[in-house]
Write a protein that binds this ligand. Structure first.
Ligand code: NAD
Ligand code: MG
Length: 394
């Protein structure tokens, strides 16, 4: 029996995780469910899974949830705030932590799980993008087991040799092919992108996801963040990672070997597959995902990404090459710009312009400590907010 802490249980990944867990009550026990503001959803999850702990954003919400749980006869203890997240991610009785908070807010609780040497199921790519060097150093020091949930990275993990130790040459790996659906605007005339709405940007053709990552998919910043994520997870340099647009989203990514072999993982686009893979690793369990029907799919297509249509992809590539604080700066500026777009404060095409402005104004510096990463994050957020305000006025 494995005890789980789920960070971000009310989100898209959190809900898919609980769906897999629900199918295997003899294997997994939910010890802690952590959410932010969606108390109704968290209440229902507590009633079903009876965790020992639940976490919400603040004292007020904690009081509301506590009262409702008490009235329903549920003994779950309710805590609140970032320290509670870190504590419950590192409790001695926890075996595995699903890191599925969106954005930089997930960094410290995920690092707490890493430092406690847990099995860490990493969906929260922003944490690794911001703090890659610190994160990987902590994994090495604590002996934590890091398993990628992002479908592309999970596919690469499955396509690498089982004993891969971060040395491409030793394993005969020549490169990674990172597939991308191209998002909802792959064929939209570039001149029309200035008018697209948040709902249009969030209507992803293949994957159903939270709103932030949906906008990232529409700008293709998501693929940029994933290049940086791949660099840290697999120790592969930017020049050996190629982005391939593959609209069917059936091939989830590929590994190329020096002998010309290319290995890939395929499946229906449903996050329960990588979640089940990582939960049970190195065993296999059912996920509830329908078997792949190649006759129904019939055709797999590939095309090169268009950097003019998707300037965010070029910005992420530049940040990856620059190294140091540049990925943290990129990520912070993106989080601020995407939130402003979702709130209707800026247009879609302003997102890349704001990120470019922030990257230009804040040159990369070394970030060897968590404190220096957080300082870079704060500086980029402040500048991005200023640029958002200026964009609204313009
Ligand atoms: P979501 O918006 O659906 O859910 C986010 C979760 O984080 C919610 O439970 C929310 O309560 C919690 N949260 C938000 N802000 C918080 C804060 N400040 N403190 C504590 N909790 C907070 O997002 P999602 O689509 O589930 O994505 C989660 C992460 O997984 C993201 O980093 C995303 O990039 C990554 N990911 C998602 C998918 C997908 O298919 N949804 C695929 C690959 C990677
Ligand atoms: Mg992905």
């Amino acid at each position: 029996m494995q005890n789980l802490t789920i960070l971000g249980s009310t989100g898209s990944i959190g809900v898919s995780t609980l769906d897999v867990v629900r199918r295997h009550p003899q294997r997994y026990r939910v010890l802690a469910l952590c959410a932010h503001r969606q108390v109704d959803k968290l209440f229902a999850q507590c009633i079903e899974f009876q965790p020992r702990f639940a976490v919400v954003a603040d004292l007020l919400l904690a009081g509301q949830l506590r009262e409702r749980l008490l009235a329903a006869g549920c003994t779950t203890m309710v805590e609140f705030g970032p320290e509670a997240l870190c504590r419950l991610a590192s409790l001695p009785e926890v075996d595995a932590v699903m890191a599925a908070i969106v954005g930089a807010a997930g960094l410290e609780p995920t690092l707490a799980a890493v430092r406690a040497g847990k099995k860490v199921l990493l969906a929260n790519k922003e944490a690794l993008v911001m703090a890659g060097a610190v994160f990987i150093r902590e994994v090495r020091e604590s002996g934590a087991v890091l398993l990628p949930i992002d479908s592309e990275h999970n596919a690469i993990f499955q396509s690498l040799p089982a004993n891969y130790r971060g040395d491409m040459a030793e394993s005969g790996v020549s490169g990674l092919l990172l597939t991308a659906s191209g998002g909802p605007f792959r064929r939209t005339p570039v001149a029309d992108l200035v008018h697209v709405t948040p709902d249009q940007a969030c209507a992803h053709p293949k994957w159903s996801m939270g709103r932030k990552i949906s906008v990232d998919s529409a700008t293709m910043m998501n693929k940029g963040l994933e290049m940086i994520e791949a660099r840290w997870l697999f120790n592969v340099p930017a020049d050996n990672i190629q982005v391939v647009i593959h609209p069917q989203s059936v091939i989830h990514s590929l590994v190329q070997y020096v002998d010309g072999s290319v290995l890939a993982e395929l499946g229906n686009p449903d996050m329960r597959t990588p979640i089940a893979h990582a939960l049970a690793y190195p065993e296999r369990i059912a996920s509830g995902v329908a078997p792949l029907d190649l006759f129904a799919i019939a055709r797999l297509e590939f095309e090169a990404p268009d950097f003019e249509r998707f300037p965010c992809l070029a910005l992420a590539y530049r940040a990856l090459k620059a190294g140091g604080s540049a990925p943290a700066t990129l990520n912070a500026a993106n989080e601020v710009a995407v939130e402003a777009f979702l709130d209707g404060r800026i247009g879609f095409t302003e997102i890349s312009r704001i990120i470019a402005g922030v990257l230009e104004a804040l040159p990369a510096v070394d970030v060897a400590t968590l404190e220096s990463v957080l300082a870079a994050d704060r500086a980029a957020r402040a500048l991005a907010q200023t640029l958002v305000a200026a964009a609204v006025v313009a």
